[in-house]
Design a protein around this ligand. Structure first.
Ligand SMILES: NC(=O)c1ccc[n+]([C@@H]2O[C@H](COP(=O)([O-])OP(=O)(O)OC[C@H]3O[C@@H](n4cnc5c(N)ncnc54)[C@H](O)[C@@H]3O)[C@@H](O)[C@H]2O)c1
Length: 346
């Protein structure tokens, strides 16, 4: 039975606490959040104790491993403190709001040599995984293009969240930039992006966007397109289509139910899942299971810090492209991390 500590008890912290409470192989022993109300809400429900600081939680002999769900601009501090204490880490994405700091974090973590899994949980979606395995089995030939749509339904984030998250490309698009690599098994060569503020003007007032279109050219020549929006009034609208030289596979939108009503000449289906946690709830639980396996030393494929770094570099290329109105080669972002003793990428 692994005893886990949770740092950060906000939106995603609550989701991780729920997954822990439903997993028979672990228990939540300590939580920390500077908001005592947020920490107590989870601790009272799950029988955990509230730590006075992140350090106290990390050092506690009641904590075998740490889940880091604090704001992105705090990740580096929390990742490094947990690693130095020798505690395995499940850390939320992205690694940091800044790519240089993300690189420095990875180098320091390597020196500590503890198991780490990054929270790229979309990889644990059942249908995305089926799509990937069938593609890799050759069912639709070579990838010609990919379409990844991810829309809402979150309402506009607070100014504080925008500031601490690094903005839409780093915070949200990073999941789908990662999925392009993971599903295709290919690497990005160049990226073109545009961002816009359409639904929530206040997002623009705080320097962010709510709508993004990103095109990625892969080494094979295949093109992938991400259509990403913060808000969708009709529910959580996510789907991935891979168009190949010999067919097409789609991981479709998830509906809440499977009831079809045909009345007169109209047909009505159940609508979409309404929150990210309803749409992707099972992926957080599956990712937790994978993390427990990683701690046990079981072989498997886990999203690594290097995966997170590449996805984040792709997000940086998208940001540069949108700012400068030009296509950006990924190598222009990543080459400086490829050589020397401190290389992040081989
Ligand atoms: N994998 C996913 O699908 C997913 C989804 C949402 C968020 N996230 C990531 O999780 C992280 C948190 O996002 P969120 O949506 O839960 O944000 P949130 O704003 O809802 O919650 C953040 C929590 O962290 C607390 N906090 C603030 N400073 C802290 C500190 N110094 N130490 C510990 N806790 C602190 C806040 O009080 C709050 O309770 C971000 O890095 C975000 O990118 C991942």
């Amino acid at each position: 039975m692994r005893r886990l500590g949770l740092i950060g008890c906000g939106r995603i912290g609550r989701v991780h606490a729920l997954s822990i409470s439903r997993n028979p192989d672990c228990t939540l022993s300590k939580v920390y959040d500077p908001s005592l109300a947020n920490a107590s809400q989870i601790a009272d429900r799950d029988g955990a104790t509230v730590a006075a600081s992140a350090d106290e939680l990390i050092r506690s002999s009641d904590v075998d491993a740490v889940i880091i769900a604090s704001p992105t601009n705090m990740h580096k501090e929390h990742f490094l403190a947990a690693a130095r204490a020798g505690k395995p880490i499940y850390g939320e994405k992205p690694i940091d709001v800044d790519l240089e700091r993300a690189a420095a974090t990875i180098l320091e973590l390597r020196r500590e040599g503890i198991p780490i899994m990054l929270g790229l949980n979309r990889r644990y979606d059942r249908d995305h995984a089926t799509l990937r395995s069938e593609l890799h089995a050759g069912s639709i030939g070579r990838v010609q293009s990919m379409q990844l749509a991810s829309r809402g339904p979150d309402s506009a984030p607070t100014p504080e969240y925008i500031r601490s998250s690094g903005g839409f490309y780093r915070d949200k698009c990073v999941h789908f930039l990662d999925l392009i690599r993971w599903i295709s098994g290919d690497e990005a060569v160049e990226i073109a992006a545009m961002g816009s503020v359409v639904a929530d003007p206040h997002v623009g007032e705080h320097g962010d966007i709510d709508t993004a279109a990103i095109i990625v050219r892969l080494k094979s020549g295949a093109l992938a397109h991400i259509d990403n929006a913060r808000r969708a009034t009709h529910g959580y609208d996510d789907r991935i289509e891979v168009f190949g030289t010999g067919g097409m596979i789609e991981s479709s939108r998830l509906r809440r139910g499977n009831v079809t009503r045909i009345i007169g000449t109209s047909m009505q289906l159940d609508g979409l899942t309404q929150t990210p946690f309803e749409r992707y709830g099972e992926t957080y639980a599956a990712a937790l299971g994978a993390f427990l396996d990683l701690i046990e030393g079981k072989p498997g494929q886990y999203p690594t810090m290097e995966d997170g770094f590449i996805a984040q570099a792709m997000a940086e290329a998208a940001i540069l492209s949108a700012e400068q109105g030009r296509t950006v080669k990924l190598a222009d972002i990543t080459d400086r991390f490829r050589s020397g003793a401190d290389a992040i990428l081989s």
